[in-house]
Design a protein around this ligand. Sequence first.
Ligand SMILES: Cc1cc2nc3c(=O)[nH]c(=O)nc-3n(C[C@H](O)[C@H](O)[C@H](O)COP(=O)(O)O)c2cc1C
Length: 268
Amino acid sequence: MIKVDPEKCLRCGACFRDCIVEVLKPDEQGFPSLAPELEKYCLNCQHCLAVCPAGALTCHGVTPEQCQPIGELPPPEMMGNLVRQRRSIRQYENENLAPETLVQLKKILAWSPTGCNVHNLIFRMVDDKEEMEHFRREMSESLKFYIRTGLMGLMYPGFKRYMKEVLNGKDVIFRNAPHMIAAFVPKNAPCAEADPWIALSYFDLYAQSLGVGTCWSGFAVHAFKWNRRLKKKLGLPKGYRIGAILLFGKPAVTYQRAAAPENYLVYS
Ligand SMILES: Cc1cc2nc3c(=O)[nH]c(=O)nc-3n(C[C@H](O)[C@H](O)[C@H](O)COP(=O)(O)O)c2cc1C
């Protein structure tokens, strides 16, 4: 599972010093080695592969040549602008994003960290606005049913102030977005609460850098829970739950300034 090329290895120890579970250890000659009985503890985090200055390590079949070389990072000022200028977008153009953009967005999903490095999230992207329209219509009908029968007030009192808007046909769940992405998480994942939000937060910032607008939808997470048929249409696998949902598409609004939020209390 971890292979070392002795011709290239400098025996510098960078790989085993960075092994989080300390399963990679030097052998008698100083080459990194992973004892068979410790293999099961390897998280496949690939730190050893990433840190090796000589490109001597192959981890779980991934070679240094298959890895992307280290590229330039955005300078802090630009990164700060990205964070400060991100806004929840609730006005979208009624059009699909370009297929290349959707591919770029899908590819970034593999890169978010997960607790214990399990990487067992499943993502469902609605990449066609017609399908989104279908979800919008069906969800609206189901919400109206719950509101009219009085069930909504019992199930989700927090939704009370939006009921009138729903009955008037406003899409408070999907905000008229042409696309959405849902992160499905195994119910027994070690960090089931955090993983979906982190993954879609990375997706969120990357999307903004591509000029794509986004909006979290906590409402959609709830609303799918109440609609088994739509949950099935979304393709939620058995043993998983919807962890987080992000709406996205081409924004139909431009912001002129980064409005200052209230300061958080930060202790030091
Ligand atoms: C966990 C979470 C759930 C949210 N759910 C919704 C939602 O269901 N509908 C919505 O329009 N906005 C939702 N938002 C967006 C917030 O309302 C939004 O961040 C807030 O209005 C501030 O605007 P900003 O994101 O532009 O700074 C959610 C945000 C978070 C972090």
